[in-house]
Design a protein around this ligand. Sequence first.
Ligand SMILES: [Zn+2]
Length: 196
Amino acid sequence: MAAQTEESDCAREQTKAEQDVDQVRQRAARDQQRLDSGAVTSPKDLENLQREIASLAKRQGDLEDIVLEVMERRESAQERVAELTERVGAVQGKVDDATARRDAAFEQIDGEVASVTKEREVIAAAIPADLLKLYDKLREQQGGIGAAKLYQRTCQGCRQELSITDINEIRSAAPDTVVRCENCRRILVRTAESGL
Ligand SMILES: [Zn+2]
């Protein structure tokens, strides 16, 4: 945008400089016409007129240099605009690509959430209400994990190895007894790998 502003500023400057050149040129042409017409006869007036024509020629040259200088600046501004426009296009392409990939990922995640939620509903429906209530309470207290696997005598919720006394208690507990970690209080899930 800054390059575009610079370009249009240069364009305005160029128009102004060209108008200045035009004015000086017209004035010089008028003077020249008067000189050629023979209407001016006084030597002093003739000298003044010639001096003005010479000074206007010099002024025109200076103004034309300004026009050229402005045109050069305008040209490099145009090149910069073209280069930046191309870069904007390339970056926009990357943004579009990333957006499309993000949207596809969102869609996939939404699908997974829906299927996991459904799965959880089915499982939750089969669990006794009081146990589910305990689980939900623990889950809220323990950073989203209410139950953990007991793996090789270690609670996978808090990563603490259980004491021999606790292991012995769990070992003698009935299979449907809800056992808890003494350290983090999470429900412990016994498996063949629990080390019991
Ligand atoms: Zn624990």
